[in-house]
Design a protein around this ligand. Structure first.
Ligand SMILES: Cc1ncc(COP(=O)(O)O)c(C=O)c1O
Length: 392
C-alpha cells in the first residue's frame, strides 16, 4: 500500500497469480507430471527451427521489423487463410502480426471496447479474456457452455438473451479451450445471424484451428455478413508446437486492422523479427505436416481419455484442442475440483487444472478438471498408470 491505496489498480484486483503458476510450482515441488499447462514437450519441425536460425544469421528481422509484421509473413498468413478456409485477405491492409494470440486478444479488446461496453464470452473461458475485458474497462457477460450427452454445447437462446443495447462485441473461441468443443455450422450460423441483426463486432480466437479431431473447423468470418465485422485471431504456437515463440496474427477488414493496430503499436510495437520469417515458412508447409500433427494429437487424446475413463473419471472426449475436460464426481470424492487438483500431485503425481478458474459462475465449473494431452506418448502412458492409483 502507498497513500492508503493498494498497489494494483482496481480493474485487476481479481486477477492475482494465475492457477498455472501455482500448479506448475506444485508439479516442480512434487516431481509430478504436469498436465496443467498446454504446451508440447517436443519442439516443432526441425526445418522451421533452422529457418529461424538462418534468419538470425542472415540479419533478417534482427532490428525492428515493420509495425504490421514482415511482408513475407503477412503474405504467408493471407495465403494460409485462402488455402485452408477460402478466405481472401489483402496482406498489406487486412493482416496484422502480433506477439502471440495473447497480444492480439488484448489489442483487439483495448481497441474496440469503451468503458461500460458489454463483451459476451463463452464460459468457461481462456483466462486472458476476463483480464483484457477488465483492462479495457468493459463488462464481461458470460454465456455458459453446458455438458450434454458427452459434449459441451452452446445454448443459442441464452446467447441471444445475453445481448443488450450495451453489447459491443462477442468474444468467441472455437475450437474451444478448455472444453474441446468445436462449434458446429448451425451454431456459428446462429452467432453470425445474431451479430448481423444486432450490429455487433465479433472477435474470434481460432488458435486451435488445425487441431480438430471430429467435425471441422469453420472460421466465423466465412459466414454471410461476417467478414466485415469479425476480427479473426490465430497463432503459430499451437499449430507448429512453438508456444514460446509468441508469433500470432489477426485477419480482418482494413478498418478493423487499423483500429487494432492503434492499440497494438503501444503494447509491443513489434515482436520477434527473425521468428516471423520462420513462421512464414511454417505456414507454407505441405498438407502432410498438418495431417500428421492432427493424427498425432488424436492418438494422444485417445490415450489420455481412455486412461482417465479407466481411472474412473467422467470424460468429455474433445473434438478439438490440446485438452480433455473430466468430471471428478464419478470418483466418489466430492465435487470440489480445486481441492482435487491441489491433492492430486500427492495422491498420484499428476497435475491438472480445476476448470472453475475459467468461470465467473464458479459453481458451474466446480466438478470439472482439465488435463492437457500435448505431451509425449510415454509421458501420457506414465500419467495414465499413475492415475490408475486413484481406483486401487
Ligand atoms: C484459446 C487460447 N487463446 C490464446 C492462447 C494463447 O496463444 P499465444 O501463445 O499465441 O499467445 C491460448 C494458449 O493456451 C489459448 O488456449
Amino acid at each position: 500500500m502507498t497513500q492508503g491505496r493498494p498497489l494494483l489498480n482496481r480493474r485487476l484486483t481479481e486477477f492475482g497469480t494465475t492457477i498455472f503458476a501455482e500448479m506448475s510450482a506444485l508439479a516442480a515441488r512434487t516431481g509430478s507430471i504436469n498436465l496443467g499447462q498446454g504446451f508440447p514437450d517436443t519442439d516443432g519441425p526441425e526445418e522451421i527451427r533452422e529457418a529461424a536460425v538462418r534468419a538470425l544469421r542472415e540479419g533478417k528481422g534482427n532490428q525492428y521489423p515493420p509495425g504490421p509484421g514482415v511482408p513475407e509473413l503477412r503474405t504467408a498468413i493471407a495465403e494460409h487463410q485462402q488455402r485452408f478456409h477460402g478466405l481472401v485477405y489483402d496482406p498489406d491492409a487486412e493482416v496484422l502480426v502480433t506477439a502471440g494470440a495473447t497480444e492480439a486478444i488484448a489489442a483487439a479488446l483495448l481497441a474496440l471496447v469503451e468503458p461500460g461496453d458489454e463483451v459476451i464470452a463463452l464460459e468457461p473461458y481462456y483466462d486472458s479474456y476476463a483480464a483484457c475485458v477488465a483492462m479495457a474497462g468493459g463488462t464481461r457477460v458470460p454465456v455458459t457452455l453446458r455438458p450434454h450427452g458427452g459434449a459441451y454445447g452452446l445454448d443459442l437462446d441464452e446467447l441471444r438473451a445475453a445481448v443488450t443495447p450495451r453489447t459491443r462485441l462477442i468474444l468467441l473461441n472455437t475450437p474451444h479451450n478448455p472444453t474441446g468443443t468445436v462449434l458446429t455450422r448451425e451454431e456459428l450460423a446462429a452467432v453470425a445471424a445474431l451479430a448481423c441483426e444486432r450490429d455487433l463486432l465479433v472477435v474470434t480466437d481460432e488458435v486451435y484451428e488445425h487441431l480438430v479431431f471430429e467435425g471441422e473447423h469453420l472460421p466465423l468470418a466465412s459466414f454471410p455478413g461476417m467478414r466485415e465485422r469479425t476480427v479473426t485471431i490465430s497463432s503459430a504456437g499451437k499449430t507448429f508446437s512453438f508456444t514460446g515463440w509468441k508469433v500470432g496474427w489477426i485477419t480482418a477488414s482494413p478498418e478493423l486492422v487499423t483500429a487494432v493496430r492503434s492499440a497494438k503499436q503501444y503494447l509491443t510495437y513489434v515482436s520477434a523479427g527473425p521468428l516471423q520469417y520462420a513462421v512464414a515458412d511454417a505456414l507454407r508447409l505441405p498438407d502432410t505436416y498438418f495431417d500428421a500433427l492432427r493424427a498425432d494429437l488424436r492418438t494422444k487424446r485417445d490415450l489420455l481419455s481412455d486412461g482417465l475413463a479407466a481411472a474412473g473419471f467422467g470424460v468429455y472426449r474433445p473434438a478439438g484442442t490440446y485438452f480433455v475436460t473430466t468430471d471428478i464426481r464419478p470418483l466418489g470424492g466430492g465435487d470440489d475440483g480445486f481441492a482435487f487438483c491441489r491433492a492430486l500431485p500427492g495422491r498420484c503425481g499428476v497435475v491438472a487444472i480445476p476448470n472453475a478458474v475459467f468461470y465467473d459462475h464458479r459453481e458451474e465449473g466446480a466438478p470439472f478438471v482439465r488435463f492437457a494431452f500435448c505431451k509425449r506418448v510415454e509421458v501420457l502412458a506414465d500419467a495414465v498408470a499413475r492415475l490408475g492409483a486413484l481406483t486401487r
